[in-house]
Design a protein around this ligand. Structure first.
Ligand SMILES: [Zn+2]
Length: 283
């Protein structure tokens, strides 16, 4: 009798499996479940199981916040002049900024323009973490100031959605100067009786937290967002004190009076519209 050549592996392929199409599934960092990407996107990039708020791109943020098709962007083509002619690890900052345009929605870490939120006209500024970590350089500062001045001129509420790693170190002291520049413009908005609603999303840190993000008349945060100035390790190395877990999250900050409210992403539009009406800034 001929020996059977059939092995237990017949029918199994040793070829590598086809990769799962990119972006079809996503693992939730909150509940660690594997989720269907489409279900997450349709839920405003919030986990349907545990409400974990994923970071969103600037275009998605505008889509979730503004009335459809109402965002009219200004200064869309403003790009950095690279004041220090800066290079890092052999790559020029200007080249990095150019490359960042591919991962981000626009040409810089912030998009500003006029929009409507539930029928209320606003000046809207949305930061984009996909552009060099949402860092604030001269262009971010300039665009934010332009939005603030327009809000004063047209007597519109200013809504700024932050998502930032802080000041852009590629621009050195020029980036730090934006902290004072944006704060001064917001003081003028305040003097004119204008309304500034600041929305903090994950993450809002460094020079952005230390300037305009914390100057809102009303400060809203998304659930569980990382909000702080320096990171826990830097704080420990500086003051040699271990701070409690979660001390830089929205919930802790609300409990300690640093922010006014925590709002789920799906409720942001209604809450902002309600605040505008409450403050008498309905256009
Ligand atoms: Zn989850």
């Amino acid at each position: 009798m001929a020996k059977s050549t059939k092995s237990q592996w017949d029918g199994f392929s040793l070829k590598p499996r086809k990769e799962m199409p990119k972006g079809l599934w996503v693992k939730c960092p909150g509940c660690e479940q594997t989720l269907f990407q489409k279900a997450v996107t349709e839920n405003m990039d919030v986990c349907p199981q545990c409400n974990y708020h994923f970071r969103v791109s600037a275009d998605a943020r505008i889509k979730y916040l503004a009335d459809e098709g109402t965002f009219e962007q200004i200064l869309a083509n403003l790009v950095t002049a690279d004041p220090l002619d800066f290079s890092y690890k052999g790559t020029k900052y200007k080249e990095r900024a150019k490359a960042a345009e591919k991962t981000a929605f626009g040409k810089e870490a912030i998009l500003v323009g006029k929009a409507f939120i539930k029928g209320r006209a606003v000046m809207l500024a949305v930061m984009d973490f996909n552009f060099l970590g949402g860092s604030m350089g001269a262009v971010v500062g300039e665009k934010l100031v332009a939005a603030t001045e327009k809000a004063i001129e047209e007597s519109l509420p200013l809504v700024v959605v932050s998502a930032s790693g802080g000041a852009r170190m590629h621009e050195g002291v020029v980036s730090l100067g934006q902290m004072a520049k944006t704060s001064a413009a917001l003081a003028k908005l305040d003097d004119s009786g204008g309304l500034f609603i600041s929305v903090l999303t994950d993450p809002t840190t460094g020079g952005v937290t230390a300037s305009f993000a914390m100057l809102g008349d009303v400060i809203i945060a998304e659930p569980q967002a990382l909000i702080g100035f320096a990171g826990p390790r830097t704080i420990y190395q500086t003051i040699k004190i271990e701070l409690p877990e979660g001390f830089q999250r929205s919930e802790f900050l609300l409990e300690h009076g640093f922010i006014d409210m925590i709002v789920h992403r799906k409720d942001l539009r209604s809450e902002i519209a309600r605040l505008i009406d409450y403050c008498g800034k309905k256009s």
